[in-house]
Design a protein around this ligand. Structure first.
Ligand SMILES: [Zn+2]
Length: 113
């Protein structure tokens, strides 16, 4: 005789339509009445736990997606910035070239005249 009573959580499954015993399908999380064929969905703790786990996985996946999207955004912004800098440098070089050319022409005119 055990002095410890094992605590078992359970709910008796009876058909809500006819009151007969229901057969519980653990895999499907449903129970079906043999007599009137009523099927009910059981929100078992294990099902809830797996839903919670799915929620956690979904959350992690969303965070990862967001991180990848941000990384892509940063990469595009850096590319855009580099292109802008190249364009600015090109413009500076053209202006410098014009100034040097004008200075050389002015110098040549001063020397020749
Ligand atoms: Zn029934």
């Amino acid at each position: 005789m055990s002095i410890f009573k094992r605590k078992v959580d359970y709910t008796s499954l009876t058909c809500p339509e006819c009151g007969e015993h229901l057969d519980y399908n653990k895999e499907a999380g449903t129970a079906r009445c043999k007599y009137c064929n009523t099927e009910i969905i059981i929100d078992a703790p294990s099902a809830r736990k797996s839903n919670m786990l799915e929620t956690v996985f979904d959350f992690v996946e969303r965070q990862q997606d967001r991180y990848e999207q941000n990384a892509e955004k940063r990469r595009l912004a850096e590319e855009h910035e580099a292109a802008r800098r190249r364009a600015a440098a090109k413009k500076r070089n053209i202006i410098l070239g014009v100034i040097v050319t004008v200075a050389l022409i002015a110098y040549a005119l001063i020397i020749l005249l």
